[in-house]
Design a binder for this molecule. Structure first.
Ligand code: NAD
Length: 456
């Protein structure tokens, strides 16, 4: 059946229909309509999956996709046009162009943590560029996966866009097929499997992964605002956010004040009994819940640390000075546990950050411009914010993606269109002039041939 689907999509792409920009626009608009129609149902699905608060589903999933759709729809006709670039004398006279050509049949594999955003946002980019798409949503957010399948089946012909629901074996079966582009969001462990499968067919990939995102708070930081922004970005989605701060590096001088501000802010956001708050999500799967609970073992808890098995609830938790060798600090945390590590010198910061691979994000809270600049320039990471966290995703002009172990490639807005398009170089030449310099038998003196560099 999968083979049939891939064959149908291949034939459909070959029919050239998706090369027509108006055709793409028509379907992007239909998707936009369907998203609006099903927005409440989507919110319910995410609540069923891991009690994601409706506000968070709107703010971090559906509305972001709708805004991406709007942005792309307003610009697509312009982007899709061949772009003229300068000529070189070697080709005189000529007009030189870049054509954006869709890759063809694409596969999008997505995770459970932002199951709408991380499925539909790449989909929109792939469609804008003129590709067909097979989507494999995560089996770990089953209600959302089902609503995605329903919406897609309602909007698109199967040979254009199709959802294949299922778990690891379904994903593995899809990866055996030949694709023209694979867009994967998830863990680095699975990314290696995806990358290997893609290599079999020399298929280009985007890998959107995670990492241990440092969040530095120096002694000049506006502590109250920093605490507010950090608490929101870390505990939204119960910490299951790839760009959330993973750990805090705070200057020793302001540590106590900062920890106090974090505690007060958590109480302000979620009340004294966080489990009763309708604004706080749960851990999405039993396995992930168990692994988070284990990570708390042996740590000094400054706040929280409460877990409830039947509800997969992990309280917003602050950990004091964990050892970098501990289970908590060995890998991306991906949950509502925030380690606080103090530093005195920039060398201390460097020692901690360079213990890990390049991260997806880095945040620095400081009023000192030179310090901000040194941090931004010193470390390799996907993207970041000065004096806030997570908000780099909220500007479509900015490319979103990782580097090193945090991923390959970046998307959002025009970056998505470019990511899903092959850039075809075309030179158009007339016949009325044919300068004979390059033809054999070569008569041009070598002395002059050594000046060819001026022509290219
Ligand atoms: P995951 O890698 O376990 O799963 C992602 C997808 O891969 C799912 O659809 C799953 O069915 C499939 N999959 C799982 N095992 C597979 C296998 N052996 N072979 C083929 N396919 C397989 O990731 P997850 O747990 O769903 O998501 C969490 C991870 O995703 C975290 O590491 C997080 O940092 C990362 N993430 C990154 C971004 C980003 O934009 N960079 C966003 C969200 C999450």
């Amino acid at each position: 059946m999968l083979k049939e689907l891939v064959k149908d999509q291949r034939e459909f792409f070959a029919s050239q229909q998706t090369k027509n920009v108006k055709y793409r626009i028509k379907y992007l608009k239909l998707l936009q309509k369907a998203l609006v129609k099903y927005e409440d149902v989507i919110c319910e699905a995410l609540y069923k999956d891991f009690k994601k608060p409706t506000f968070e589903t709107l703010a971090t999933e559906t509305q972001l996709v709708l805004s991406e759709l709007n942005y792309i729809l307003n610009r697509l006709e312009l982007w899709a046009k061949p772009k003229r670039v300068g000529f070189t004398w070697a080709n005189f006279p000529s007009s030189d162009w870049i054509y954006s050509e869709p890759y063809g049949n694409t596969l999008v594999i997505s995770p459970w943590n932002y199951p709408i955003l991380l499925t539909l946002s790449p989909l929109v980019g792939a469609l804008a560029a003129g590709n067909t798409v097979v989507i494999k949503p995560s089996e770990l957010s089953p209600n959302t996966s089902a609503i995605i399948a329903k919406i897609i089946a309602e909007v698109f012909p199967e040979e254009y866009v199709s959802v294949v629901e299922g778990g690891v074996s379904t994903s593995a079966a899809l990866l055996k097929e030949r694709w023209d582009y694979i867009f994967f969001t998830g863990s680095s462990k699975v990314a290696k499997i995806v990358y290997k499968a893609a290599a079999e067919h020399l298929t280009p990939v985007t890998l959107e992964l995670g990492g241990k995102n440092p969040c530095i708070v120096d002694e000049s930081a506006a502590i109250k605002v920093a605490a507010k922004r950090i608490v929101w970005s870390k505990f939204m989605n119960a910490g299951q956010t790839c760009v959330a701060p993973d750990y805090i590096l705070v200057h020793k001088k302001v540590k106590d004040k900062f920890v106090g501000a974090l505690k007060r802010q958590i109480a302000k956001f979620y009340g004294d009994d966080v489990q009763q708050s309708s604004d706080y999500a749960r851990i999405a799967t039993d396995n992930h819940y168990k692994s988070l609970k284990q990570k708390l073992g042996g740590q000094e808890i400054l706040l929280g640390g409460i877990c409830n098995d039947s509800d997969r609830y992990v309280a917003p938790t602050l950990i004091n000075e964990p050892s970098l060798d501990s289970a908590l600090m060995s890998d991306e945390i991906f949950g509502p546990i925030l380690p606080i590590i103090s530093y005195e010198t920039e060398a201390n910061i460097e020692n901690t950050i360079t213990t890990y691979d390049k991260s997806l994000a880095l945040y620095v809270f400081s009023k000192k411009r030179k310090f901000q600049k040194r941090i931004i320039n010193r470390y390799g990471f996907g993207g970041g914010v000065i004096n806030d966290a997570v908000m780099q995703i909220a500007n479509k002009e900015l490319p979103f993606g990782g580097v090193g172990q945090a991923g390959i490639g970046a998307y959002h807005g025009k970056h998505s269109f470019d990511l899903f398009s092959h850039k075809k170089a075309i030179i158009k030449k007339p016949n009325w002039l044919d300068i004979p310099l390059r033809y054999a038998p070569y008569k041009l003196p070598i002395r002059l041939a050594k000046q060819f560099k001026r022509l290219f």
